[in-house]
Design a protein around this ligand. Sequence first.
Ligand code: 6PG
Length: 251
Amino acid sequence: MLSNSYFHIAGSTEDAAAQCATLMVERIRAAIDERGQATVALSGGSTPAKLFPLLAEAEVDWKRVHIFFADERMVPPTDDASNFRLAQTLFFALPPVPAANIHRIRGEEDPEEAAAAYEQELVEVFGLDEEEDEIPAFDLIHLGMGDDAHIASLFPGEPAIDDLDGLAAALYVEKLGAWRVTLLPAVLQAARCTVFLVAGAGKAAPLDKVLVEPYNPRQYPAQLVRHNLEVHWFLDQSAKPSDEGMSHGRA
Ligand code: 6PG
């Protein structure tokens, strides 16, 4: 039995995105009420295109929200492949999220330098004590899951999956033949609330493995967040895992 996982199965990807957006907005508002601000990390991929416009429409005091990214591709912020660009176009362009609150990963720079700069930005915004190796606790981390069970840019076989100290890193992803910068496991695991938006038939079998198989995040990176405080899986019908999978995962 995994702790604190909730499954929300919707009839369509659009409905799954709408349910996901509703919960994200609730958590963002609650964080603002409790702590005066909300810290959020967003992912890239294809499903966010259905999610981000819904966030943009929500009534939130956006000047109290700090937005980071779970990962980024090493391309300029104007490139179609940029995770920042997707969020910028479909989300921040609409509500007034102050530019100073958007903490992007500099995909146009050298990957190692971009990762170091991103770590520094996390330290500053979260007020972390570097001597104490403090880990930031995001109010909300939004993730997708690849059909190989990758999350952020932590792909199966990646040695950094065992790094439980670092905040962010530049990783060369063999499968893609490309560099990425990604948040590291400790940060993903420290989130107060983790939401997945996962759609499509190609995701049902890998999700089942993530839920049922013994903990081995090097093989199934999505297992990294298995014991997070609160994990919500927003799925469309075709991505739904088996009943056995859900009974393993259910809170
Ligand atoms: C990225 C990601 C990545 C993504 C998954 C799922 O930059 O590509 O952040 O981890 O979330 O690949 O992508 P889909 O939304 O396309 O299923």
